[in-house]
Design a protein around this ligand. Structure first.
Ligand SMILES: NC(=O)c1ccc[n+]([C@@H]2O[C@H](COP(=O)([O-])OP(=O)(O)OC[C@H]3O[C@@H](n4cnc5c(N)ncnc54)[C@H](O)[C@@H]3O)[C@@H](O)[C@H]2O)c1
Length: 318
């Protein structure tokens, strides 16, 4: 029996969820108040579909199984899973999640794509079944990147997180259940740290946006796609592994290499960063860059599977 994903908010991330669920053979019902939303989503799915075909579609998968409706209440009727993707503003998220909680059957999981908010803050105004409102944080492009961080709030029972895990696995994702709620979860904390330092390097005139990107693409980024920061540094210690690495490079951690506090986003810095990215894009529209990135990611996912086949589950040891 086919399942239904209800998608609330169809911007970059909502559309990514839609493309993923359609490719897995789910029905999708979507709601977004923007008049251009349905046409924008259909163009988005068309752009993503060739990569999804290469990855392999589920039986019966079709872009035709998407329906747009004109209210949030209509969107959640019959849902197996609800995914909220409205703009990252706490008051708006709370309002929408409270309305979804009222409208949806009490046992249906409501995942929020929020990049930074804690689930307990999102559950605040939900009167009916607050525990089923959890963070389910994906990564762009959602239809190709497998990771989803699942974070339960104060009202969430472990049974609800477990049920959520099963649903996201059915969407062929790799759920990472975050043990404790913190702003920014796990991955955004890491990405934000790198992003702040990158902005400082541009702001201080040390490097252009292109040079910072080259440092990632031809250096650390290549290894990160197979091994994360810990295992990568374990190898950097030679045969003695992480212990030697920490002895050798540990003292540098105390040197003031990194600033960690974000630079002021002055007009000058914004212009530098925007002009840098436009130079790098060289007139290619984002949709063209999306397709190039997608082709690359499809092959990269195969490579990760080939070279690290034993990394099946994400559940680590305590
Ligand atoms: N962009 C990313 O890389 C990224 C990655 C992971 C998570 N997220 C999270 O996903 C969420 C959405 O981000 P985005 O980048 O897709 O934003 P976006 O601005 O591209 O899309 C937001 C969409 O929400 C719609 N919307 C506004 N009010 C609404 C309402 N009342 N009901 C329904 N829809 C409404 C807008 O019309 C728009 O289509 C945010 O919480 C963000 O933190 C973003």
């Amino acid at each position: 029996m086919s399942r239904q994903l209800s998608v609330i908010g169809t911007g970059v991330i909502g559309n990514g969820w839609i493309a993923r669920a359609l490719a897995r053979g789910w029905d999708v019902v979507a709601f977004d108040p923007a008049p251009e939303a349905p046409a924008r989503t259909r163009a988005f799915v068309d752009n993503a579909w060739p990569s999804l075909e290469r990855l392999g579609l589920a039986e019966g998968a079709s872009p035709a199984r998407l329906t747009f409706v004109d209210s949030l209440e209509a969107a959640v009727a019959g849902a197996d899973l609800i995914q909220e993707n409205v703009p990252e503003r706490l008051a708006l998220k709370r309002e929408i999640l409270a309305a979804l909680d009222t409208a949806a059957e009490a046992e249906v999981i409501i995942g929020s794509s929020t990049s930074g908010f804690k689930p307990s803050d999102l559950q605040q105004d939900c009167a009916k079944a607050p525990g089923r409102v959890i963070v389910a944080h994906p990564f762009n492009p959602v239809y190709l990147l497998p990771l989803v961080e699942l974070v339960g709030g104060e009202a969430t029972a472990s049974e609800q997180t477990e049920r959520a895990r099963g649903l996201y696995q059915a969407l062929e994702m790799r759920p990472l259940v975050v043990r404790r709620e913190i702003e920014g979860h796990i991955a955004d904390r890491l990405m934000e740290a790198l992003w702040r330092e990158a902005l400082h390097l541009v702001n201080d005139g040390v490097a252009t946006t292109e040079e910072v990107d080259a440092a990632v693409v031809y250096g650390c980024g290549l290894r990160w796609s197979l091994m994360g920061t810990f295992l990568t540094f374990h190898l950097a210690g030679g045969d003695a592994g992480m212990r030697h690495m920490l002895e050798q490079f540990g003292p540098a951690l105390k040197l003031p290499w990194t600033k960690l506090e974000a630079p002021e986003l002055t007009e000058e810095l914004i212009d530098k960063v925007v002009e840098g990215c436009e130079y790098q894009a060289a007139g290619r529209p984002v949709s063209e860059l999306d397709r190039r990135r997608d082709d690359f990611l499809v092959e990269l996912l195969d490579l990760v599977q080939k070279y690290w086949p034993e990394a099946e589950g994400l559940e680590g040891r305590i």
